[in-house]
Ligand binder design. Structure first.
Ligand SMILES: Nc1ncnc2c1ncn2[C@@H]1O[C@H](COP(=O)(O)OP(=O)(O)O)[C@@H](O)[C@H]1O
Ligand SMILES: CC(C)(COP(=O)(O)O)[C@@H](O)C(=O)NCCC(=O)O
Ligand SMILES: [K+]
Length: 257
């Protein structure tokens, strides 16, 4: 069975794939100091609690945080006796091309999203991923990753206001009733929420114009439905997109071995 690990700058998600579906998914905060033994204590406790008694034989990792990879490699080796595939590292082939400036280290999450998007929806895509940063990944007709956009994440934007301005509180994102806020919190939520609606619309329109072909817009990440509530911005929402991409890349590489 496959353990797929998607490590973002804020959270790390572990999913077990039984060959047909994900039988369990768990999330922990990303901390590069966490050791292989700590991962195992955490994971085995949750598996035991949910009565998931499976034999993990393959591990695949995508990490936007380079420092966590070492301990995840030790974790796979020590507890599952397997060498993990690490996206973007030696020994991991992608089923799609990457056409960007030479020397560019594309975030592995973006490559995984590209593979998943192409596999599920075909070419000519914009994949919007709401994470610590909001990324727009452009997938060409043949499935190649050809670049995109990196914007500050929704929570990061709100947090930046709070950090930089003494009188601005910590605020959670929500869809405000009105654009004109009548208190500080509503003003901040309006700025980020409606500003983000504008950002998504403008960036997608400009990508489509630059690409010169019809494109589907696919969204992933917990905050996508919140924005979709206000306007039809995305053609599809898929919360498991990154995990699906990890499964596809794992199969591609295991076949090649
Ligand atoms: N459904 C949701 N509602 C509100 N906030 C969310 C939701 N899903 C994720 N977040 C927040 O969005 C931010 C990015 O989270 P995550 O997608 O885990 O990022 P990353 O992949 O970069 O680690 C975090 O601050 C997280 O708490
Ligand atoms: C843009 C990102 C920080 C997004 O990471 P996330 O929000 O998923 O934690 C990550 O994809 C990254 O570090 N990229 C490297 C630069 C690039 O993709 O061009
Ligand atoms: K992201």
């Amino acid at each position: 069975m496959l353990l797929a690990i998607d490590c973002g700058n804020t959270n790390t998600v572990f999913s077990i794939w039984d060959g047909e579906r994900f039988i369990a998914t768990w999330r922990t905060s990303t901390e590069w100091q966490r050791t292989a033994d700590q991962y195992y204590v955490w994971l085995s406790t949750l598996m035991h609690f949910q009565k998931i008694d499976v034999n993990i034989t393959e591990v695949i990792v995508s990490s936007t945080v380079p420092r966590v990879v070492f301990n995840l490699r030790v974790f796979a080796d020590r507890y599952f006796n397997t060498r993990p595939i690490v996206v973007g590292k030696e020994g991991c082939e992608l089923p799609v091309e990457v056409r960007v400036d030479e020397g560019t280290a594309v975030g592995p999450d973006r490559l995984v999203n590209t593979v998943a998007g192409y596999n599920l929806y075909g070419g000519d895509l914009i994949v919007v991923d709401f994470g610590t940063a909001t990324t727009f990944d452009v997938v060409d007709t043949d499935g190649a990753y050809i670049g995109g956009v990196i914007a500050p994440g929704v929570n990061l934007s709100l947090e930046a206001l709070h950090q930089a301005a003494a009188a601005l509180p910590h605020v959670d994102i929500t869809k405000p009733q009105n654009v004109i806020g009548t208190n500080t919190v509503a003003c901040m939520q309006s700025g980020v929420f409606w500003g983000y609606i504008g950002l998504i619309k403008e960036i997608c329109a400009r990508i489509k114009a630059e690409h010169g072909r019809d494109m589907k817009v696919i969204s992933t990440g917990g905050l996508a439905p919140l924005f979709q509530q206000a306007e039809a911005l995305f053609d599809e929402f898929n919360d498991d997109l990154t995990m699906h991409g990890l499964v596809v890349i794992n199969e591609h590489n295991r076949k090649n071995i």
